[in-house]
Design a binder for this molecule. Sequence first.
Ligand code: URA
Length: 179
Amino acid sequence: MLADEVRACTRCPELAATRTQVVVGSGPPDARLVVVGEAPGAVEDETGTPFVGRSGQLLDKLLDEVGLPRARVAVINTVKCRPPGNRLPTRSETANCRPWTTRQLAELSPELVLTLGLSAATWFLGRTTLGAVRGRVHEVEGRRVLPTYHPAAALRGGPRGEAMTRLREDLALAVRLVA
Ligand code: URA
């Protein structure tokens, strides 16, 4: 099974040595929406589940607000192991993990992929800025990809910040697109 292969991965020596566990992903295999984040943080590394820390709690709340419970959404990260100290994943770590993510997307075969933050947007679209791509659907190798802000950016900007407003709008759009 793919999940077992991912859990046994040691392609990134530093991540394999420092992780508590590999965070493969969560959600139902027939989810119409797949949310893609960057990499696990401390709580995810402890629990083995993506987006369960502060960003995850905000994601759950916003998904509830737009009428799509988290339980109906699949959630994965471009990198499955926590980078120590929450540093950004390196290019080689992202490249090492890429085949796993590609296989996950092929197995899930969602209606729509919602990317959170610049790393996940870049994974699909190449080098870009969020301002240039967010809030619109991009066709990438036959997949519909909707980039938006990372919940961490919304948290940094406060409850009435720009990123929070856009994240809400983009989630509402995502729900309409998979309805
Ligand atoms: N941030 C991410 O990008 N992914 C997680 O799983 C948690 C926080």
